[in-house]
Design a binder for this molecule. Structure first.
Ligand SMILES: [Zn+2]
Length: 246
């Protein structure tokens, strides 16, 4: 099992979840929400080959953590991937959109400058601006659009830009989520949990629940759950190869 987007450090019993994820998952991508959280989490958790911990600056807290941008830009030199980063243009966070744009633009530029990185990207109501930053810095690396919620035409554009997509069990709860999952390029979809934020049936999705993605995808892709699981496993390997995480 693999999980390409998880806030593992934020579960109430993070240590237990960490050990269990390491036992059950071949790979878990622990995305942090701030550069300082990345530093603290990297210190607190014993490094394991199957868990990738990356520095990020979540757009929802960009305005509170803007002073940490320089630290993030420093950290990017020493890691192969970055996340969670991105933009959020929804009404709740729109007031700080300019700060978000400044941070995300600097991150994408920095990734290009250091030879390309793999990014776990938040793009809620901001797909066009996210893609514009990628266009400005074509050598930024590889984007994995996490829990993509744009329109069908934005999905097409993101796919045309070479984006990957990480999708979790919670995405299948809405008709729009299912329609988007159906339309994604089958060879560029990988599983995620987005736990503990993402919930199914009122419970936080766990890193090893990402396997439920195959069950959700099977009817949409007109395939069996086993075949969908195989496709996801193959995609996961291909993305890890791109990330240099074999
Ligand atoms: Zn997230």
């Amino acid at each position: 099992m693999m999980d390409f987007h998880c806030h593992l450090d934020l579960y109430p019993r993070a240590m237990e979840v960490y050990r269990e994820a390491a036992r059950r998952n071949k790979f878990t991508w622990l995305v942090t929400t701030s550069p300082k959280a990345f530093a603290a989490t990297s210190r607190a958790l014993e490094p394991l080959p199957s868990v990738l911990i990356t520095p990020g600056l979540h757009p929802e807290i960009a305005h509170e953590r803007a002073a940490e941008l320089d630290l993030l830009l420093e950290q990017i030199a020493d890691v192969k991937a970055v996340g969670e980063v991105g933009l959020d243009g929804s009404p709740r966070f729109k007031a700080h959109y300019e700060v978000q744009r400044k941070i995300f633009g600097a991150v994408v530029a920095r990734c290009a400058e250091v030879g390309g990185r793999t990014l776990s990207v938040h793009s809620r109501r901001a797909v066009r601006d996210v893609l514009a930053d990628f266009e400005r810095h074509p050598n930024f690396g590889t984007a994995v659009m996490h829990w993509f919620s744009g329109s069908r035409s934005e999905l097409k554009d993101a796919a045309a830009h070479g984006c990957w997509f990480s999708i979790g069990p919670a995405m299948f709860e809405s008709a729009n989520g299912r329609a988007l999952a159906e339309a994604m390029p089958h060879d560029r979809v990988v599983p995620e949990s987005d736990g503990p934020f993402a919930k199914v049936g009122g419970k936080s999705v766990l890193p090893w629940n990402a396997s439920q993605v195959a069950e959700g995808l099977a009817p949409l892709w007109a395939t069996t759950p086993d075949e969908a699981a195989e496709i996801l496993a193959r995609n996961g390997q291909a993305l890890l190869y791109l990330m240099g995480q074999r």
